[in-house]
Design a protein around this ligand. Structure first.
Ligand SMILES: Nc1ncnc2c1ncn2[C@@H]1O[C@H](COP(=O)(O)OP(=O)(O)O)[C@@H](O)[C@H]1O
Ligand SMILES: [Mg+2]
Length: 211
C-alpha cells in the first residue's frame, strides 16, 4: 500500500464525490466510492451525456493498469477459450484522464472504465459467504464454475495473480442460474510458473471454504 499511496499524493489528487473525470471523449461524474478496492480507487460513475453508469478504476500505477488492459485485450482475442461471461467488459481506458473539481482541472489520473455490474444482482463471493444465506447446492455450483474459469485461464498461460473472494463476482439470475465473473486483472501474469502456482493455492483455499 505504501508503494501506491505516494503516487496519488505526488499527483495531489484524492478523488471525491462529484468530481468529474474526462475519459477519452466523454465526461463522467463520480457518484459513489465502491469499497473493497485496495490498489485501485474504484468508483461508480455516471456518463454525463446519457446518464449511463460505469465503474471507474483509478490506478496510480501504470504497470497495473497496463496489466489489466493486457488481460482484457487478450480475452477479446480468445473469446472461444475464455468467454465474455467470465469477465467484465472493458469500456475505455485513459492514462491521462483529467480530474475536474468545481469546474477546474486539478490533475490527471490513470483510469480503466468497466461496464457496471449492479450490486442488486451481482455480489462478491466474499460478501455472499459472509451473508451465509447460500445453500450448499449453490456453493457447489459456484465452486465448479470458478474451477472451470481458472482452468481455462491457466490453459492460456495466464495467471490471475490476486485470486481472492473479493475478486470474484457472483450473479444470481431470476431463473436460478448462477454466473461467476473473475475481476481485477491488474496483477495478472503470462507464462509465470510462480504466479500460476500461487493461483492454484488460492483457488484451493476458496474451494475448501465453498465445501
Ligand atoms: N464492473 C464492476 N461492476 C460492479 N462492481 C465492480 C466492478 N468492478 C469492480 N467492482 C467492485 O469494486 C471492487 C474493487 O474492484 P477491483 O477490480 O477488485 O479493484 P482493486 O484493485 O481495487 O481491488 C470489487 O471488489 C467489486 O466489489
Ligand atoms: Mg480487487
Amino acid at each position: 500500500m505504501s508503494a501506491i499511496q505516494p503516487d496519488f499524493r505526488e499527483r495531489g489528487i484524492k478523488l471525491r464525490n462529484k468530481d468529474t473525470i474526462q475519459v477519452t471523449n466523454n465526461e463522467y461524474v463520480l457518484e459513489e466510492r465502491i469499497p473493497g478496492g485496495f490498489q485501485f480507487r474504484t468508483w461508480l460513475v455516471r456518463r454525463k451525456k446519457d446518464g449511463k453508469h460505469f465503474v471507474a478504476k483509478a490506478t496510480p500505477e501504470l504497470s497495473r493498469m497496463a496489466g489489466e488492459i493486457r488481460a482484457y485485450m487478450f480475452f477479446a482475442s480468445v473469446v472461444s477459450d475464455f468467454p465474455r461471461r467470465y469477465h467484465p467488459k472493458i469500456e475505455a481506458f485513459d492514462h491521462e484522464s483529467n480530474v475536474i473539481r468545481r469546474g477546474k482541472k486539478i490533475g490527471k489520473i490513470n483510469v480503466i472504465l468497466l461496464k457496471y455490474y449492479p450490486h442488486y444482482s451481482y455480489i462478491s463471493l466474499e460478501k455472499l459467504l459472509k451473508d451465509k444465506n447460500c445453500t450448499s447446492e449453490v456453493r457447489k455450483r459456484i465452486a465448479g464454475k470458478l474451477k472451470r474459469r481458472i482452468e481455462k485461464l491457466h490453459d492460456l498461460n495466464l495467471a490471475h495473480g490476486d485470486l481472492h473472494k473479493g475478486n470474484i463476482m457472483v450473479h444470481k439470475t431470476g431463473n436460478g442460474r448462477i454466473g461467476v465473473l473473475l475481476i481485477d486483472f491488474g496483477s495478472s501474469r503470462f507464462r509465470d510458473q510462480h504466479a500460476l502456482s500461487k493461483d492454484e493455492r488460492q483457488l484451493q483455499n476458496i474451494l475448501s471454504e465453498l465445501g
